[in-house]
Design a protein around this ligand. Sequence first.
Ligand code: EPU
Length: 297
Amino acid sequence: MNKNILLELSLIGCNIKQNEPLSKHTTLCIGGNADYFVEIFNEQQLILLLKFIYKNKIKFYIIGGGSNILFSDEGFRGIIIKLCGDFCRYCIQENKIVCGSAVNLSFLSKITADKELSGLEYFVGIPGTVGGAIYGNAGTKNMSISSVIDKLEIVDFIGIKKILNKKDFNFEYRKSNLQNCVITKAFFVLKKTDKNDILKVILQETDKRRKTQPIGTKNAGCIFKNPKNDSAGRIIDSLNLKNYSIGDVKVSNIHANFIINENNGSARDMLNLIDFIKNEVKKKYGISLETEIKIIK
Ligand code: EPU
């Protein structure tokens, strides 16, 4: 079977790495080896790959910027797919953007600001790709990415390409209905606005992030979703858990909803600390925190 997988993957024309450490592909720098780590360069390759995976019932996962994810120390027994090549292209015409899902979100935010287009400026500094951000409806308090999406191109897990219009997608806080598909392209409609107004927001957001988040550390962004009308960070902080550590991972001393891998942290340490925090919050406030990061076993 292993030989068949390798042969099929090479026929598709993708770039294949075997036993690839997932710690190299996540912002937490944690995760064991993936059996196969496959870089896909165009839609045709993606369709062929998904059809092959579907037919052979192979376990797979699509990784974006690796910024919101925790893989186990045992790694992944299957195929990890990373979109590259064509999926990193974008095109801006007047106030409309067509953007491959592997484009870096923060980069797109800066490029569109430069063209005096408003709508993505709140996303400056959010790590990860456009596809990952749409999948998890990333955002700030001011707005979520769903509010500027006009249309999406996806390939479903059977390998069929589809166009989704507004009526087809559904977004909630940090959640979408785009579960069983690969987002390949996003169509945004932005608003022509005075560049100074956009830059003001960008500066504000960058400054706020610099002051309130542990920039430059190995982390996965906020670990927990916010409970309604509250902040998970504020709640965890109120339990004096900043700096609390298990193994080589600890709660950030800057923002309590971030966990930092200090150096050699493991997924086991992360999961133990996540469980510990959840139990403490439940005991004290009766609130069940839900993880925002994806935990992949
Ligand atoms: N707070 C504390 N202690 C902390 C952290 C926060 O007291 O350790 C307080 C703050 O002082 C503030 C309130 O809690 O009064 C809210 O904090 P903040 O403005 O940092 O916002 P947040 O709700 O904790 C959310 C998003 C962030 C996003 C920021 C800024 C979630 C889970 N988090 O954080 O998104 O960057 O707003 O808009 O929705 C992410 O999703 O990965 C993420 C980092």
